[in-house]
Design a binder for this molecule. Structure first.
Ligand code: HMN
Length: 294
């Protein structure tokens, strides 16, 4: 049985200087993550700005990633969109092009009943043979995922796990219980990766992993080796970095600027996400040096 546990970078977007999706830059970014100990990439999620792109752009991004790293890194693609129709289209595309798994948030904007969200996800699940990972992020979607719905969905072999980006580690553990033995939970909040693992997460998917992949892989290894005191110290170091990152106009703009300092150009985030300003450059360069030295 193929397993998905491990550490996945929630990949950032890659645009050219005019803000158009740039397949070459997507490939360079995907390539940057090979050989760092990661299990894979999570494409088109929050960090990847999937919700700010057209379906055609999202397809282009996924195809570029798969062309570059298929077989070297597992590729989970976020196919959540506002309409079920578009999500189904993206699911079919993902299967056709050889993605390893699909994943989706609930549809946003409308206040949806649990039955509506269940049906939205079910249509994606039914539209492809790929494994499906529920993406729970209540602070942005407003949808509270119940353990009962997790249990119901997880009864299907194709539903292999949940990406838990909510902050309650109690809820995380309850999803693990509800999903059963083979059901995977991926920790979402990078600031509490270690706490998530202790409460039952099998791995993590995170945006800030994108600028410190080695540190998150090390954190995971130390947890697995029972070196919890050292892991806690490393988590604290990481959190000091994240705390600083959150002071910029946008987390994504700051992270993307740091990648450019390492020779990986990905352009600015797409509006309404703000880019960093010139006055931020010096402190981000210092933060980048700090991360590299950790
Ligand atoms: C994604 O889909 O891009 C992310 O994996 C979601 C992830 O849980 C991030 N959460 C949000 O962006 C709301 C975290 O990586 C987050 O960026 C990090 O914990 C810093 O707060």
């Amino acid at each position: 049985i193929e397993t998905f546990e491990g550490i996945y970078v929630a990949m950032y977007s890659a645009y050219d200087d005019k803000g158009e999706v740039d397949a070459e830059r997507v490939k360079q970014l995907a390539r940057y993550y090979v050989g760092k100990g990661l299990r894979g990439l999570y494409v088109g999620g929050s960090s990847g700005e999937g919700m700010l792109q057209t379906a055609e752009e999202r397809k282009l991004v996924l195809e570029a990633v798969l062309e570059e790293v298929r077989g070297e890194l597992k590729v989970i693609v976020h196919v959540g969109a506002n309409s079920t129709r578009e999500s189904v289209e993206l699911s079919r595309h993902a299967e056709l092009h050889g993605a390893d798994a699909i994943s989706a948030v609930p549809a946003i904007y409308y206040r949806l009943s649990e039955a509506a969200v269940e049906n939205h996800w079910q249509q994606m699940i039914d539209s492809s043979r790929l494994p499906f990972i529920i993406y729970n992020i209540p602070q942005t979607t407003g949808f509270q995922l119940s353990p009962k719905l997790v249990q119901k969905l997880a009864a299907q072999p194709k539903v292999i796990g949940v990406k838990m980006s909510g902050e309650s580690t109690f809820d995380l553990q309850q999803y693990k219980v509800a999903g059963g033995d083979d059901f995977l939970v991926f920790n979402g909040p990078d600031e509490q990766f270690l706490a998530g693992r202790i409460m039952g997460a099998d791995g993590g998917i995170g945006g800030t992993y994108g600028i410190m992949p080695e540190l998150f892989c090390k954190l995971n290894e130390w947890y697995e080796a029972n070196r919890v005191a050292e892991a806690q110290e490393l988590q604290y170091e990481i959190n000091a970095v994240i705390k600083r990152l959150l002071t910029y106009p946008s987390l994504y703009g700051a992270a993307k600027y740091m990648l450019s300092l390492r020779g990986v150009e990905t352009g600015e985030p797409r509006l309404p996400l703000l880019p960093v300003r010139e006055e931020n450059h010096a402190s981000l360069a210092a933060l980048n040096d700090h991360i590299i030295a950790l």
